[in-house]
Design a protein around this ligand. Sequence first.
Ligand SMILES: *Cc1c(COP(=O)(O)O)cnc(C)c1O
Length: 405
Amino acid sequence: MTDRSDHGDGDPDATDTDADGPQFRIETTAIHAGQQPEPETGALMTPIYANSTYEQDGPGDHRGYEYSRTGNPTRTDLEANLAALEDGEFGRAFSSGMGAINTVLNLLSAGDHVVTGDDVYGGTHRIFTQVYEEYDLEFDFVDTTDHDAVRDAMREETELLWVETPTNPLMRVNDIAALADIAHEHGALCAVDNTFATPYLQRPLEHGADIVSHSLTKYLGGHSDVVGGALVTDDADLDERIGFYQNSVGATPSPFDCFLVLRGTKTLPVRMDRHCDNARDLAAWLDDHDAVSRVYYPGLDSHPQHDLASDQMDDFGGMLSFEFDGTLEQASTVVEETAVFTLAESLGGVESLIEQPAAMTHAAIPKAEREAAGLTDGLIRVSVGVEHIDDMTADLQAAFDAALE
Ligand SMILES: *Cc1c(COP(=O)(O)O)cnc(C)c1O
């Protein structure tokens, strides 16, 4: 496992300086990148520039901002902060993760083909099949841990390989460097949805990805109080095209939403440390438990891609799933009975959440198909929060007892 304080720099004890100024470790970057005291007053925090338009000194002669869909200073600071976290050059913020994903699809044209994972986020599957297939884009869903299957799916018209890692809810880990190579061999872009890992644990651009996508709603916002999205790239041409669609389509975040996410990213490193520690302890507790038949967590030695996760990620994250050894109804009782874990969709906030994919997020999939994909009736997914671990295990034990009564 690499030292996670060694961010974008071979020597953890040194900071390097390049043409853009000093580069800091991620704990420092999270707090300071894109943030300067407001020059007029010295106000430390980026103000919420709640306005739609800007005075011009002469027609077309403006001070960098004309109209807030096109640019807003609160958003500029957030975009600089997000780019720095991913060790990327260019960041763009959107009004949701789906707004960001939509913008990547805007880069494509009718007739283009996309290869992606067979276990991508439900909203991603929906925009691919129910929105963009109508616009004559074609999609192939394959097991992206099987590189031969990915290679076989690539065609002359393939312009995008869309990768998630770790995936939801079975926490499969995909090899970003290998997949980016396959995409590039075929002249396609490789985009990675880094929502689950966050840049604190994994920086896809370092592994050859062209675009990193985020739902800021999750760990980057971190407090379950804002919906947002982002794209980060190192490629100026790509960024210019992304910026064109950001402005043309208009799924841009409000200045207040940008402020909330900036407030969240400052504590990303400290929150993630606790998320990871708690998830590691909870995975071990569940792994030892008689009422649990299987635990899906990349930090466990038994995880099929544990070695890859150890290389690619700086720690294993706060998301895990487990199989409760009981019926669909008993597993439903578990998720209903917990009190520290709130029964809810979404993830990445400071509070622990619990859900049952077979009865909730994946209920629309026929049972046989669901089971074949590993989404059994007893499968329970948790977003491990930053509460005390002993309160979490006691809460789950009480819920298990109630379910098995
Ligand atoms: C939530 C999520 C999205 C969509 O983001 P929104 O902010 O809800 O639009 C995309 N990808 C992943 C992995 C997610 O968890």
